[in-house]
Each structure stands twice: as structure tokens, then as C-alpha cells.
Design a protein around this ligand. Structure first.
Ligand code: 13P
Length: 281
């Protein structure tokens, strides 16, 4: 199954009334674990990495690994740059062959966000890649380095933004935040419903870690077609490794390698099942 465009995956998810998990990865072991879960459940997935994480996992190294994993997978896999903030980085991802890029101008004034998003949409077009952008402000930040205040998306602005920019996927802020929630999130389904009724572009939910299964289900029945999961993967990998050390099952480096794959696999499997993506490859 080839590396695929994210647009195709999200269009299929719109027809099938499910969501596609977009899993953040930091190394080859996480990539192997996520793809293994997708293959086992016969589910399409998205592999992603955020620009802010590239100081740990350089794009020139992790990018080709993600792409190679997608090309040899038995299920459709899109490869996505998450939270691109600089145009050179977005261009580098497109040059490598990423099939989707996000420009995050959510912190900018609306006009500036629209202007730069349009530039990214135009940049992605010759590559045949999809473009995602964000309107409103998802709380926290992808790597937890900033405590960005959450600001719910205005449905009027979402309509204007989608029309002006021509984005392929639109990330909305409905009470969701990156990282582990300090208290149970209360998602604003009233806002989501209004956006879904007025915007035809597939919607994206960031900050997937800590959202309850029934809330995820309500989200993907209300226009959310891509759900980003990052912290849950990193935490699960770390916990699996710790547990293996405690149980004395790590005797050498390759046991550690297997424990990392297992952690990423378990987390991806859990979310693919919740998102009802199983069997849609
Ligand atoms: P979490 O870390 O909360 O899962 O958020 C992931 C995300 O939205 C990445 O863009």
C-alpha cells in the first residue's frame, strides 16, 4: 500500500463516519509500533512529527524513516509535519515527500494567519500535498514548553478562514489542550456542531491525550476526522520500558528496543479502536 495523501484519508473518513489517528513519533521504534498496530487492525493512519521536536529528531533523519515506513506498510499511511511554524521547515518536509503539512498561525492576528496559511497552501499544491491550519488556540503547546491559553474557535472566523485559505484540514479549539490535562476537559460540542454545519473541510482535534473514549466518538461524529495523539504515545512508551525494567525482562539493548515498540503499538491500537478506523484500510 503506497504512501498516501492525507486528503484522501480524511475524505474517506468523512464518508465512513470515523476518524484517522495522527500519531506523533520520535524514533524508529515508535514508527514500527504504530505501523504494526495499523497493519494488525487494517486501519489507515497518519505518522506525524512537530517542528518543535526536530531538535531531538532531525527532520533529515526521521523524515525519510517515516516515509520509508509508510511506503512499505500494508495499510495507507500519510506522513505529516505537525505544527509547522517556519516556512523553510515546511518546505523541507515537502521536499522530502511529506504528503501533508500543518502551518500553525493560531497565535497570530487573524489576517496574518490567513495570509501565511494561504502561502503554505500554495507551497503544498505543486507537491500534491495537503495543508492543515489552526483557528482559535488549542491550549498548552506540543512539547509543553509554553503554556498557551486556550481560546475557543469562533464559528464565524472558521467559515471565513476556510473560505479564504482553501485549507484541506482545519484544527479547531473547543476546550482541548496539548499534554496531560490537569482536570477532565469539557469539550464545547455546541461550538463544534456549529462549525461542522457551516464548514465542509474535515476538522482536526489536537490534544488527544486524556480525552475520554465517548468524547472522541462524539467528536468524530461531529466533523472531526483527524485526531492528534502525542503525549499518550510518549508516556506509554516510557511506562512500558519502566515496567519491563521493574519486571527484569530487559536484559540488553534489544529488549529495550522491543519494549519501546510494544508501548507505541499498544497506544496506537487503543486509539485506532476508539476512533473506529479498524477495517477501513
Ligand atoms: P497530545 O500531546 O495532548 O496528545 O496532543 C497531540 C497534538 O495535538 C499534537 O499536535
Amino acid at each position: 500500500m503506497p504512501l498516501v495523501n492525507m486528503k484522501t484519508l480524511l475524505a474517506d473518513a468523512q464518508k465512513g463516519n470515523y476518524a484517522v489517528g495522527s500519531f506523533s513519533v520520535a524514533n524508529m521504534e515508535m514508527i514500527l509500533g504504530v505501523v504494526k498496530a495499523a497493519e494488525e487492525l487494517n486501519a489507515p493512519i497518519i505518522l506525524q512529527i512537530a517542528e518543535v521536536r526536530l531538535n531531538h529528531s532531525p527532520l533529515a533523519l526521521i523524515g525519510p524513516t517515516m516515509l520509508a515506513a509508510a511506503r512499505r506498510a500494508k495499510v495507507p499511511v500519510a506522513v505529516h509535519l505537525d505544527h509547522g511554524t517556519t516556512l523553510p521547515c515546511i518546505k523541507q518536509a515537502l521536499d522530502l515527500g511529506f504528503t501533508s503539512v500543518m502551518f500553525d498561525g493560531s497565535h497570530l492576528p487573524l489576517e496574518e494567519n490567513i495570509r501565511l496559511t494561504k502561502e503554505v497552501v500554495a507551497m503544498a499544491k505543486p507537491y500534491g500535498a495537503a495543508a492543515e491550519a489552526e483557528i482559535g488556540c488549542v491550549g498548552g503547546s506540543e512539547d509543553g514548553s509554553e503554556d498557551i491559553a486556550m481560546r475557543c474557535t469562533s464559528p464565524d472566523q472558521a467559515v471565513l478562514f476556510a473560505r479564504e485559505t482553501g485549507v484541506d484540514a482545519l484544527a479547531v479549539a473547543i476546550g482541548n489542550a496539548h499534554g496531560n490535562y490537569k482536570e477532565t476537559p469539557h469539550l464545547r460540542f455546541d461550538i463544534l456542531e456549529e462549525i461542522k454545519d457551516r464548514v465542509s473541510v474535515p476538522l482536526v482535534l489536537h490534544g488527544g491525550t486524556g480525552i475520554l473514549p465517548e468524547e472522541f466518538k462524539r467528536c468524530f461524529k461531529t466533523g472531526i476526522k483527524k485526531i492528534n495523539i502525542a503525549t499518550a504515545t510518549f508516556d506509554r512508551v516510557e511506562q512500558t520500558v519502566r515496567a519491563a525494567y521493574s519486571a527484569g525482562t530487559i536484559k540488553g539493548y534489544y529488549d529495550l528496543h522491543q519494549a519501546e515498540i510494544a508501548g507505541a503499538y499498544q497506544n496506537a491500537k487503543l486509539h485506532i479502536e476508539i476512533f473506529e478506523t479498524e477495517g477501513h484500510a
